[in-house]
Write a protein that binds this ligand. Structure first.
Ligand code: GDP
Length: 433
């Protein structure tokens, strides 16, 4: 598939354009320069053109991460077929000239110069960039969705020029989306880097380095998966932090399976439980990852696993697979993804009504519900009413009087018989008519 990279100075509007192309609110858009520091990838569309689009970090000398960011941009340049060089046309900035020179030196791929923020007028302030002779120049407003027809023409021309338009439609987007959630510093970025091997997500031992939620396409033994890298959920409540918290929740909503990553040395905290609750409420599959397992003394390992399993987290999550990893030492990271694939498959399982009712009889037989107010409880019929997450409707004479713990017994038993651990199962009790 054709790959397009968006490059430019911080605050040029790269995230806004990226979001417009992939048609979702994928990035925290902020007026603070340098907020998007990592690569984000998605499937972009404009009319009939479909392509992989990559949003790179902002190029800035003041940025502490400038070297890493430059590396990221170089990496994107080397991978992409077309480069979109986005500038803020409202301000004349000498750094754009520097960037343009650098770009000319680094790549001979077609570059489309895009003057953004042209909602009210066509700015002349970009004249100084004309002599770089880029493949095309387009005026747009990514925020107000203006100039998109010109942009389409420019892109279409370049694609024709590259003669790549015949294989544009054979792309299948990923069927599994995995959100990687966890407090800052548990090792999310290291884990991702490990999977992706190329050093694409910036890691640092400073808490809170991952500043945004990023969609990354990942090829796992031939299966295309979207990894959603989320900001750690934090307690701080200033504006931007709040957006990140919302972002994590939003990332969970956009996923099928959630990886809840814990630091083995720190264990479970309230925030982790809240995330788990949200994931269950949203009907997502869950895998708990105990990272930094290399730091745990061999003698303490079994004790620790037992401790974590006894903690509320597993009671809350019912039966959730727990995998110990070391993202740093490359231990079992890929096994986590295998587990996510297994859960995803299970989330979509359909169980025949005949099998379900056979199961119901034996489950009731093994463990009958106690008599309610002198009446025998009759559970008559069960049917699956949904997948992803699997949901069932159970017809009963006194649905309101069914014990919560009994309901949990049925749910756990359903899961044990037909689904993988980590799959939330829903059971709705209905009164027979
Ligand atoms: P994030 O905030 O969750 O993305 O965490 P990072 O990936 O930035 O990791 C925070 C720190 O923990 C870095 O210094 C990593 O090198 C370190 N780290 C991550 N995973 C492991 C691991 O499995 N073992 C050890 N010993 N350190 C790790």
């Amino acid at each position: 598939m054709l790959e397009i990279a968006i490059v430019g100075l911080p605050n040029a509007g790269k995230s806004t354009l990226f979001n417009r192309l992939v048609r979702k609110k994928a990035a925290v858009v902020s007026n603070i320069p340098g907020v998007t520091r990592d690569r984000r990838e998605g499937i972009g569309r404009i009319s009939d053109l479909e392509f992989k689009v990559v949003d790179t970090g902002g190029w800035s000398d003041q940025n502490n991460f400038s070297l890493q960011v430059i590396e990221q941009i170089e990496f994107s340049l080397s991978r992409s077929d077309i480069i979109l060089f986005l500038i803020d046309a409202k301000i004349q900035n000498d750094q754009n000239k520097e960037f343009a020179k650098w770009l000319k030196r680094k790549t001979d791929k077609p570059v489309i110069l895009i003057a953004n923020k042209c909602e009210s007028h066509r700015s002349e302030s970009i004249d100084y960039l004309r002599f770089f002779n880029f493949a095309d120049l387009v005026y747009i407003s990514a925020e107000h969705n203006l100039g998109m027809a010109d942009f389409y023409d420019a892109l279409d021309n370049v694609i024709r020029y590259l003669n790549k338009d015949d294989n544009l439609n054979d792309y299948e987007s990923s069927k599994l989306r995995i959100a990687i959630i966890g407090r800052p510093n548990v090792g999310k970025s290291t884990f991702l880097n490990n999977l992706l091997t190329e050093n694409r997500v910036i890691t640092s031992s400073e808490a809170g380095t991952t500043r945004d939620s990023i969609d990354i396409l990942y090829n796992h033994h031939g299966e295309l998966i979207t990894l959603i890298d989320t900001a750690g959920i934090r307690k701080k409540t200033d504006d931007l932090e709040l957006k990140f918290i919302e972002k994590s929740i939003e990332s969970i909503k956009r996923s099928h399976v959630v990886i809840l990553m814990l630091d083995s040395l720190l264990g479970v905290e309230q925030q982790d439980l809240s995330v788990g609750e949200i994931a269950i409420r949203e009907g997502k599959g869950i895998v708990v990852v105990l990272n930094k397992w290399d730091l745990i003394n061999k003698d303490n390992r079994s004790k620790l696993i037992k401790f974590i399993k006894q903690q509320e987290i597993t009671r809350l999550f019912l039966e959730v697979p727990t995998i110990t990893t070391s993202a740093l030492k490359d231990m079992r990271c890929r096994a986590v993804i295998d587990q996510c694939l297994k859960i995803n498959k299970s989330l979509n399982n359909k169980i025949s009504t005949a099998k379900l009712n056979k199961w119901l009889i034996s489950a009731l037989d093994t463990h009958p519900h106690p008599i309610v107010k002198g009446r025998a409880v009759k559970m008559k019929y069960i049917a699956q009413i949904g997948t992803n997450p699997p949901a069932f409707s159970l017809v009963c004479n006194v649905p309101k009087n069914i014990d919560e713990s009994y309901k949990r017994y049925l749910i756990n038993n359903l899961r044990k018989n037909f689904f993988t651990n980590g799959v939330p199962v829903r059971l709705i009790l209905k009164k027979n008519k």
